[in-house]
Design a protein around this ligand. Structure first.
Ligand code: Q46
Ligand code: ZN
Ligand code: ZN
Length: 310
């Protein structure tokens, strides 16, 4: 395989685009494609302040890097969830500690950027691991973790006056979620799924996913070529998650027919634009303000996040 631009040996072959590129030409390709996606879906402008949710993993750090290279005003937010249980000789520190170090190292190397850190256990008294243990009969660790992350991302974005919150979700993530939503015909979720989640209520931040059209192997290749150090291990709670099973199924289909994932996702977005989902669900749910944290909630008492700690 040869680079389409210069003819040197290719570093990556993207079969869905029928495109091979060397390391030198792959990096600008990723940056240019990200800029296109930002423009296409009108995610944000040069003047706006962006908060990137960084986990210490490849996607979010690559996204932060690309946004900075594109000249955007992008800061980071790391939420220390207090997830451990990986203390082996090869991985001496717990998962959250190690991923936090990666985010902090990246921030230090990029002067002028700010990394906001929220330590969940120090702020609220319990880590995700501890709450998950306490609530093991009723809730999965990922549902608790997701709830906390959504709440804290929204809180910091609003409190620190950011215009938009960017996450590193890639095409593999988005296609797997879409697959799950279609399998169960979750119309409400399908209606909201997309590269931009508009702030459709007071107290809600706008959310965007500028990497939603990149395969996971492309963001991995980008971090490698750009020399970004990230945490390789998956979260210990990730094993057995349904989304992983969906990812594997899609991977098999992709292997047989390159481009399956991309077409599945992109054609879904197009079908939605053409009116695939037009239901009376378009009436936004009635939101109240949580009396404790002041964030919007559908409940007329404390929100789900605040009830977690009660
Ligand atoms: S961090 Fe949290 Fe993920 Fe770990 S506990 Fe589940 S949701 S798997 S992206
Ligand atoms: Zn080249
Ligand atoms: Zn609340």
């Amino acid at each position: 395989m040869r680079c389409r631009t210069c003819g040197a040996p290719a570093a990556i072959n993207m079969r869905q685009h029928k495109l091979s590129l060397c390391a030198e030409h792959f990096q600008p390709w990723i940056i240019k494609q990200t800029a296109r996606v930002i423009r296409k879906y009108r995610m944000f402008t040069r003047e706006q302040r962006i908060l990137v949710a960084v986990s210490g993993g490849k996607d979010s750090l690559a996204l932060w890097d690309v946004l900075l290279k594109l000249g955007y005003r992008a800061d980071g937010l790391y939420i220390d969830l207090g997830i451990g249980s990986m203390e082996t000789a090869a991985t001496p520190a717990p998962y959250s500690l190690r991923s936090r170090e990666k985010a902090e190292t990246f921030a230090k190397a990029h002067s002028g950027t700010v990394l906001h850190v929220v330590d969940v256990a120090a702020t609220y008294g319990e880590s995700v691991a501890e709450i998950s243990h306490r609530k093991r009969r009723t809730d999965s660790p990922c549902s608790i973790c997701g709830l906390i992350k959504r709440h804290e991302m929204n809180r910091v974005a609003l409190e620190e006056d950011y215009d938009v919150l960017a996450t590193g979700h890639n095409l593999d993530d988005e296609a797997a979620v879409l697959f799950g939503n279609v399998l169960h015909w979750q119309v409400g979720y399908l209606r909201r799924q997309g590269p931009v989640l508009v702030a459709d209520g007071e107290g809600l931040a706008r959310k965007v996913k500028p990497f939603c059209r990149f395969y996971e192997r492309e963001t991995a290749a980008y971090t490698l070529i750009a020399g970004i150090d990230y945490i390789y291990e998956e979260c210990p709670f990730a094993t057995g998650a349904t989304s992983l099973a969906h990812k594997e199924t899609l991977l098999k289909m992709e292997h047989e027919t390159p481009g399956t994932k991309l077409h599945f996702y992109v054609n879904f977005l197009r079908a939605k634009e053409e009116g695939l989902i037009t239901t009376n669900l378009d009436i936004p749910p009635e939101l109240h303000q949580c009396p404790k944290c002041r964030q919007p909630t559908m409940s007329d008492a404390h929100c789900r996040f605040c009830r977690l700690w009660e």
